[in-house]
Design a protein around this ligand. Structure first.
Ligand SMILES: [Zn+2]
Length: 712
């Protein structure tokens, strides 16, 4: 691209930004006075999945994967595969069993110098319980519930050994005087606030799934303690060094607001406003600190030393002092001043998720402007075609704009965080583009995080590799719990009932009921998505009722690969929409077609999206992808693997010859493959063969693959 064009483009981008800000403010203005929204996906209940694509996967993940992850947290894996845990085992006499930590704390042990696994193990267990709870809500399973109840007993016993309600096994067993990182501790390593947030989230989800309050009780006790301990002066100045707790506390607030009688079932006083206030403090206090250490220039070790030596306690820093957690933890500058998404990608996406969740509650223009800005920066400049984020391995962080190399880091957890962020943005802004990007990350970077056999996982998810394979377990097994949290939540993200409208956000076979105008409306969706684009939705109210149904029309189906032009593709096929067999025009507004009518029993919507192969090109500013092309059909991104493409290193795709797509029922549990023409190093014509990116590494583990391939 010539310089002049770039200047024009940047002017154009500025104009677009201005328009985006204006539309946001207009949007906010329109919303004043609206009743507050809660988290319950109101009205939609009893979603039952009955889907060819997701059904067998959910079955495998809830029966095999969940138990596998719990087993491995119990230490049932080969220690040789995890050098650092093996070292702990030998040096500390640790057993690798993360649940033993709770037992030791319950026995009153403190500062004994033995802790099984890294400090964030408690949090990972809570996250797995949250994922399991969401599965239990849709698939009751007595054995799984009994297993979790056993864990909850041990967690509760650990908490009852401390009169305050504080619970973090690492801090208690290794450095008990360093609660929340004060007094010579280091919260960024200890993760006690992060773990607390994950406990709260698990308590809420497990209660919603089972009606049991024991874990919720533990969560409330810890949340009450945190509220009494941290906040505006004279309370202690603490923000999570790893975000995530912000959204969790708002969930706790929403739960008690929606179910005031629940307060009688927990053993402690509950003032739900405190949980919202604490989450808001954590968000608004970011960037407010003593200004030291200087992480960027001093480096991590010197910065940690400065914190452990409590230099931030110097009275010259005022009476509400704490160290900064730096860019890495989105803590250099206040949240409302953050214009680009920076730092550790899991932390950054979970903070953005928390801020968006708060915005759903408060509609504060500063919150909305901030998350709109961060999302646009992420999706328009820093998101990979698979939905992955966090390009750089050092500090697991976001790279600069348009830095999208094929060997990028792209942690599974960061993709999950980006997915949660997009889902909350959809809930806040009611625009389908957010679910387009949710879908991109779900079907690609998230789904590749697990093997076809359901018990091997990924941490990094680069777009090309010569030796990529999934592992049995990891020194830092954060990704399997985050994977479970995301996929187990999918049934809750199909529909969104808001402002008396029903948004149809995801396409998978299901039966559900929505209560609208005090009437039950049954919904039945059938589809073979993502393998083909036909979706049939039957709408059956108990008696005739008016309802605005909003069907998401994905951007890719309209030739809008990316809402901000980071990627481009063409789509020349049309979208077909019929209601009771009668064609309707397809002119989506904000990503949705609205069908507002009086529905009768047995009414039927038929939507046909063009799931056909398309080439994708990156914006010219992405230097790493110059001359390269990727392939997609529907929301699924494809990849060429070495086993079917012997010339993979040299091959150049012929983008002039149309590609073919076919369903292969015997391959990888049934997937589409895409074939097309290419030339090899001898300029001979050859046929290429692409499989879904999420399925790589299952035919030949460790096989080489490429998502972006040179074009002829
Ligand atoms: Zn991870």
């Amino acid at each position: 691209m010539i310089i002049g064009e770039r200047v024009m483009n940047s002017k154009l981008n500025q104009l677009k930004m201005l328009l985006a800000v204006m539309s946001t403010l207009l949007f906010v203005a329109c919303r004043q006075g609206q009743v507050k929204t809660d988290d319950s996906h109101d009205g939609v209940a009893s979603v039952k999945i009955n889907d060819n694509f997701w059904g067998p996967k959910f079955e495998q993940w809830r029966t095999i994967t969940l138990n596998d992850v719990f087993d491995k947290f119990e230490g049932k894996y080969n220690p040789q595969i995890s050098p650092s845990l093996k070292k702990d085992f030998e040096r500390l006499g640790a057993s690798r069993d993360a649940f033993k930590n709770f037992d030791l704390v319950a026995e009153g042990k403190r500062g004994i110098g033995i802790h099984n696994g890294p400090p964030w193990y408690d949090g990972l267990i809570y996250e797995t319980i949250r994922g399991a709870a969401d599965f239990l809500a849709h698939y009751p399973d007595d054995n799984l519930e009994r297993r979790i109840d056993g864990y909850i007993d041990r967690i509760a016993a650990a908490q009852s050994s401390d009169s305050t309600g504080y619970l973090e096994t690492y801090t208690e067993l290794m450095e008990p005087d360093h609660r929340f990182g004060f007094n010579g501790g280091f919260q960024r390593w200890q993760h006690d606030v992060y773990n607390a947030g994950m406990l709260v989230e698990a308590g809420v989800h497990y209660y919603k799934a089972t009606g049991k309050t024991k874990l919720l009780d533990v969560a409330v006790r810890f949340a009450n303690y945190m509220y009494s301990y941290m906040g505006p002066a004279p309370k202690k100045n603490v923000v999570p060094a790893h975000s995530g707790p912000e959204e969790a506390l708002i969930k706790l607030y929403w739960l008690f607001k929606a179910e005031p009688d629940l307060k009688k079932k927990v053993s402690l006083p509950v003032n739900e406003e405190h949980y919202y206030d604490l989450a808001k403090f954590w968000i608004e206090d970011r960037g407010h600190h003593v200004g030291y250490p200087k992480w960027g220039t001093w480096g991590n070790d010197s910065s940690e030393k400065w914190i452990r030596e409590m230099k931030y306690e110097d009275p010259k820093f005022g009476d509400h002092r704490r160290p900064t957690w730096g860019d890495y933890a989105q803590d250099s500058i206040p949240v409302f001043g953050q214009k680009t998404i920076e730092g550790h990608a899991v932390r950054a996406t979970l903070l953005a998720t928390g801020v968006t969740t708060a915005a759903i509650e408060n509609h504060d223009p500063r919150y909305i402007y901030t998350v709109d800005t961060l999302w646009n920066n992420m999706v328009g400049n820093r998101m990979f075609i698979t939905g992955g984020v966090g390009a750089i391995a050092a500090d697991e962080k976001f790279g600069s704009n348009f830095y999208l190399p094929n060997d990028a880091y792209l942690e599974t957890c960061a993709a999950v965080g980006a997915g949660f962020f997009s889902q909350r943005m959809n809930q806040l802004m009611e625009d389908g583009k957010y679910m387009d990007e949710f879908e991109r990350v779900l079907y690609n970077n998230v789904l590749t995080g697990i093997s076809a056999d359901g018990n091997h996982y990924t941490y990094q998810n680069p777009l090309s590799s010569d030796h990529h394979s999934r592992w049995e377990w990891h020194d830092c097994p954060c990704c399997p719990p985050m994977f479970l949290k995301m996929v187990a939540a999918v049934p809750d993200f199909i529909y969104l009932y808001k402002d008396n409208a029903l948004f149809v956000n995801l396409f998978l076979g299901n039966e559900a009921t929505v209560t609208h105008n005090h009437k039950k409306v049954s919904l039945q969706m059938s589809t073979n998505y993502p393998w083909d684009g036909k979706i049939v939705l039957q709408v059956s109210p108990e008696s005739a009722t008016q309802l605005a149904m909003k069907l998401r029309i994905p951007g890719w189906a309209l030739g809008h690969e990316n809402p901000l032009g980071l990627y481009n593709s063409r789509m020349d096929a049309t979208i077909v929409l019929k209601v009771n067999g009668k064609s309707m025009p397809v002119t989506p507004v904000n990503g949705y077609i609205t069908i507002d009518r009086t529905w009768q029993k047995g009414d039927e919507i038929e939507l046909d999206l063009p799931v056909k192969p398309r080439f994708i090109y990156a914006n010219d500013q992405v230097k790493d992808l110059s001359g390269q092309v990727a392939i997609s059909a529907g929301p699924v991104v494809y990849s060429l693997e070495g086993n079917k493409n012997p010339d993979l290193d040299q091959i150049k795709l012929d983008t002039k010859t149309p590609m073919e797509i076919s369903f292969q029922p015997q391959l990888l549990g049934g997937v589409n493959i895409i074939t097309g023409m290419a030339v090899n190093s001898k300029t001979e014509k050859v046929r290429f063969n692409a499989i879904p990116y999420f399925a790589i590494g299952n035919i030949r583990p460790g096989d080489k693959y490429k998502v972006w391939v040179n074009r002829n």
